[in-house]
Ligand binder design. Structure first.
Ligand SMILES: *Cc1c(COP(=O)(O)O)cnc(C)c1O
Length: 244
């Protein structure tokens, strides 16, 4: 199987999952997660029609993006961002999925406004819906039903929404790694309900739900994902490659 075959297969699975849920496949964006993969591998994905690429480290992304033509792809930062890398991230990425604190959002806001005062950078708030200690994100175990955690998230979201150089486009989550994707369906539906609650509280659209990876993207789409982040199903295992 070539990368192009894998992409075609993933797209077919996205289409089927969307149809099962009565949704349009056009409402689900595919982000090809290119972390650990080489520039030539990325070029193969772009040649096969990929337009959105996801990277989880600023430095690694910078090295690769600098070797590709400008505007070759839309770049998504999907991994943890340290505040001291906000300036680089603001220059490299078209959207940041991993805003997990007000302090980080403020640092990124400053970096964007210093570089391009007129720009508003799209961001997603990362949510730790399953309450896993190992995961990043605003800690809202069980989602909307958790009154205290929801109140804190709402307060943080309000402060981030008021920043002039960022624009909150939605929410993102990474589900626990379990054998059966049905076991994490509740995580995706909880993220959607959290989005609906915030939307109602703030009157902002929050159109994007970034959820679903190689092992669980079909279930995520059935639960409303508008962005799926897929690495292994396109590029194969990373274990034989480099670090995760
Ligand atoms: C690596 C990564 C992905 C892609 O995972 P696969 O299982 O390879 O599809 C998606 N989202 C995030 C945040 C990641 O770090």
């Amino acid at each position: 199987m070539t990368i192009s075959d894998n992409i075609a297969q993933v797209r077919e699975r996205i289409t089927s999952a969307a149809r099962r849920a009565g949704r349009s496949p056009d409402d689900v964006a595919l982000v090809a997660v290119t972390k650990t993969h080489s520039v030539s591998t990325i070029e193969a994905a772009l040649a096969a029609g990929v337009v959105d690429c996801g990277e989880n480290r600023v430095q690694e992304a910078e090295a690769k993006i600098s070797l590709l033509p400008p505007e070759a792809a839309r770049w998504h930062l999907i991994g943890n961002l340290q505040r001291n890398k906000a300036r680089r991230a603001a220059q490299l990425f078209d959207i940041v999925h991993s805003i997990d604190s007000v302090r980080l959002a403020e640092a990124l806001d400053r970096a964007v406004s210093e570089a391009t005062p007129s720009r508003r950078l799209p961001v997603l708030l990362e949510i730790n819906v399953a309450g896993e200690a190992s995961k990043a994100g605003f800690w809202v175990p069980r989602g909307r039903e958790n009154q205290v955690a929801y109140g804190e998230l709402r307060e943080a979201a309000g402060r981030i929404a008021a920043l002039p150089s960022l624009e909150i486009h939605g929410l993102m989550t990474v589900a626990p790694f379990l054998d059966d994707p049905e076991q994490v369906r509740w995580v995706f539906s909880a993220l959607r309900r959290l989005r609906d609650a915030l939307r109602q509280d703030f009157g902002i659209e929050l159109a994007q739900l970034s959820m679903g990876m190689s092992d669980d993207f079909e279930v995520a789409i059935e639960e409303g994902a508008t962005i799926v982040r897929i690495g292994r199903a396109i590029f194969g295992d990373r274990s034989t490659n480099k670090r995760e």
